[in-house]
Design a protein around this ligand. Sequence first.
Ligand code: CTP
Ligand code: MG
Length: 342
Amino acid sequence: GHHVSSQRVRFQRRIRACRYDIDQFSPSFLSIFESLVPSEEEIAKQNQLLIALSRLITMEWPNSKLYLYGSCANSFGFSNSDIDLCLSIDNNEMSKVDIILKLADILQAGNLQNIQALTRARVPIVKLMDPDTGLSCDICVNNLLAVVNTKLLRDYAQIDRRLRQLAFIVKHWAKSRRVNETYQGTLSSYAYVIMCIHLLQLRRILPCLQEMEATCYVTVDDNHCAYFDQVDKLNNYGAHNKETISSLLWAFFHYWAYQHDYTKDVISIRTGRIISKHMKDWTRRVGNDRHLICIEDPFETSHDLGRVVDKFSIKILREEFERAANILQYDPNPSVTLFEPY
Ligand code: CTP
Ligand code: MG
């Protein structure tokens, strides 16, 4: 009896000491965040490329428009990431594949390099490299939902700086641990950012913009996208909550390792709440969608961002969440150990 209880006392002390001290690691996590942020110069180069490509493409298609989306435009991009572009074009005569092929010709004539038309991908794209800036990019066609969800993420990032800090560190962890590879059954960067937004909504650091009075409306196919986008009016929203970045990281991994109910729950930033798999009819496998971890897309609500996860990768993912949670709980040097390469 004595032996067991003295062990328990020691164990509780250890937890307490670590939890009370977690804030001491914030400066080192913040310096990792700073090291990943792209420079002004890099952002200027990205815009330069956007302008050059827009000019080239509108010469051929005057009514088209080129949009930046993904990490370069949602404010969650690391330095040196590839650029995602979307060409919006109204053309009833040409199929998407025809447009992609024609686009590849236009780019070829414009002296861009390493041009590849990937017409058979789930989302057909043209890949290219710009010799002037050294940047690589992917161009897709008429994928406007991605342009809208890019703006939603950017708007959330402006409300509280801790979102961008948290999501950069989570993405950096996911890339270091190789759990940011959708073709291997793990999650996209987009899914990780949504998971961070959800956590901060539950902690009242972020509001739920889609539940507020809409100031921005776009309809893409059958999806009505509407939300409050005057985020400059919300920049004090989370100020009452003083949690630091290390404590939020601890909460993120603790949630996904030990609290999330994988059998019943769906996280939803559209509602700012946890909703039930049952309600969405996501309780069983349909086709290739297994719904082993459920993350609702904010606009395409029938889309589970966790649908890429299979019975093997779910185990890997959950083990990695547990590893991270335990490092933040016990490791003396979490800002190093967390990112040790897999
Ligand atoms: N996207 C989407 N639905 C998905 C995955 C991605 O709509 N299931 C769109 C989103 O607009 C997202 C963009 O595609 O911003 C790029 O996705 P992804 O490559 O996951 O994220 P990035 O932000 O570009 O991250 P990375 O830094 O890893 O390139
Ligand atoms: Mg990307």
